[in-house]
Design a protein around this ligand. Sequence first.
Ligand code: NAP
Length: 265
Amino acid sequence: MVLSFENKTVVVTGASKGIGKGIAQAFAGAGASVAVVSRHREEAECSAAEIVAGGGKAYAFEGDVTSLESMKQLAKKVNGSFGGIDIICANAGIFPSASLEDISGAEWDAVMNTNVKGTFFTVQASLPYLKRSDGGRIIMTSSITGPLTGYAGWSHYGASKAAQLGFMRSAALELAPHGITINAIMPGNVMTEGLRDMGEAYLNSMAASVPLKRLGTIDDMAHAALFFASEGAGYITGQTLVVDGGGQTIPESLDAFGKEKITEQ
Ligand code: NAP
């Protein structure tokens, strides 16, 4: 399948770094005009400049997904600059770690406000423009953590990522009459600036638990987002795609890797 997004406008939230940056670069590489969004203009500008230096079309926009007003202004500006919006990648998210006993109400709210309400605001604010597209697409970045797996220290985060999928399934029904699809990628552990902050011991242990023996890359995630945004995926909505290298969702335990069997051969 050849994926071309010539004449399409894509908004990617959280595109100053990490998975969002990878998604923005991939769409630009496939011919789209990309709105690179983050709360910090300078960082968004650096990310957009990298795309432009590589021959792509990208513009930086400042936007905070926790504010509906900010998302409305963003959608208006993107529409004004590009003449429409075809694809929304609701990717911005935070994943602070804290034990169940220690999470404060404010920390819980911050995670929910960014990951869940932020997704809702991003989608709602862009709807008037997506409806005018001849194939509107929404791709959310959820996670395996919460919907499928658990990780100590991320109960608030896991709840937010599962909530995104609950939102998606009902939204899919409301969006379908407008020809708009909404789907979610569910990354495993992806090597991003955000994840690097978790420390080397964490990264090594996570990579060892993945059957394909490496952490995911931002390109791995971007390819899945491009698939959901493609014309060929137009009959898929309200669905999820796990992109985790076969782990941590496949092996039941360390023994499930069959290490003993392999060593015997
Ligand atoms: P990251 O490297 O920390 O990047 C997060 C991005 O989100 C940044 O561009 C940040 O820019 C932006 N952002 C944060 N809060 C924002 C807000 N209120 N408004 C607008 N932008 C905001 O994170 P990542 O690892 O790429 O994660 C991206 C998404 O993938 C998240 O939804 C995360 O839950 C999900 N995910 C990641 C992994 C992983 O292993 N990395 C695994 C599963 C799921 P500013 O700070 O400039 O605003």
